[in-house]
Design a protein around this ligand. Sequence first.
Ligand SMILES: *Cc1c(COP(=O)(O)O)cnc(C)c1O
Length: 402
Amino acid sequence: MNAAVPSSSEPHVMQTYGRLPVALSHGQGCWVWDTNGRRYLDGLAGIAVNTLGHAHPRLVPALQDQVAKLIHTSNYYLVPLQEKLAAKLVEISGLANVFFCNSGLEANEAALKIARKFGHDRGNTSPEIMVFEGAFHGRSIATLSATANPKIQAGFGPLVPGFVRAPLNDLAAVEAAVKAHPNLTAIFLETIQGEGGINPARVEFLQGLRRICDTHDLLLMLDEVQCGIGRTGKWFAHQWAGIVPDVMPLAKGLGSGVPIGAVVCGPRAATVMGPGNHGTTFGGNPLAMRAGVETLTIMTEDGLLANAEKIGAQIKAGLEAGLSGVDGFVEVRGQGLMLGVALDRPCGALLTQAVEAGLMISVTADRVVRLLPALIMTSDEAAQLVGILVPLIKRFLAQPKS
Ligand SMILES: *Cc1c(COP(=O)(O)O)cnc(C)c1O
């Protein structure tokens, strides 16, 4: 049971979040200010959303221009900005076409529908989809069924059937499950698990999945909602493995803060959906499309992939140097600006302590401090982040385990 106590500061908002008592008023780059004028270094970027940080000097006027022209029209008519953003996504991914929606779970929902119809088109009327331990794919009924976290599923059954779960990074287990489930049509995973604790799928594992999918006519579907859009130092995290997926849901960082989702499909998945099979009222609206186009353009012009790689390596090295040998520190995981500091104990208390120290972070999977800063972060800001976080974690670990 949820014993949600109505927050006195927002009695009319449904209490679905455990919020920190900080009200933010504005931001600039990697910094945000609260309503009392206090400044925070933003190590979270709205959970990997604000790719260009806050109030970016080229994104702001572009969005102002777009708001003054068209915000929304509907998908009854051509939306030229959809084609413009789709062409960019196709170019940087090497895939074939794109469906636009508004969020991560919607992108995953579309991917799941594509996987099922891919089966039906082959005469398989009970298609199954392989998902993984530790996975997070969203909170709709279908995507929470694909998610592995029992806390997220509790109270919302019956779950959607048709999912087969396997352990991450265990190719032999995947091969056995593929043999045991002849109705499988797709393998679906995050290239780097985010909410699950920053757990990367290994390069050889991804390459093995690509081979298995080719051999058994399965779709390889990579959820890059969190790890995509340059965060790891390549446009998409799977590009480090030199493979290409058949279906790739995107969302968080694509619009630099404007809600957007996209499913990018390769040739085997691109024509599974036809007119009438899927749709959304808001999906692909001109404001979101403009945000996507400007985000990708600015990322390219300003070399933000290289920056993510460089600044991420600096933060990782700084954290490792500061924490190695400290009792209770396990490891730093992840790549580029998607990093997790794994500890040996639950560390939710660090959220409040970080805010008190002027830093925004997240804690996920109970024991992992997660960093997802904007891709514009400078070397000086990265040094400040490490300079705040290392002593904070050390002090936390020095306390007796509760
Ligand atoms: C955040 C996230 C989602 C869900 O996105 P929403 O926009 O919150 O619906 C799905 N998959 C992954 C990997 C995510 O990180």
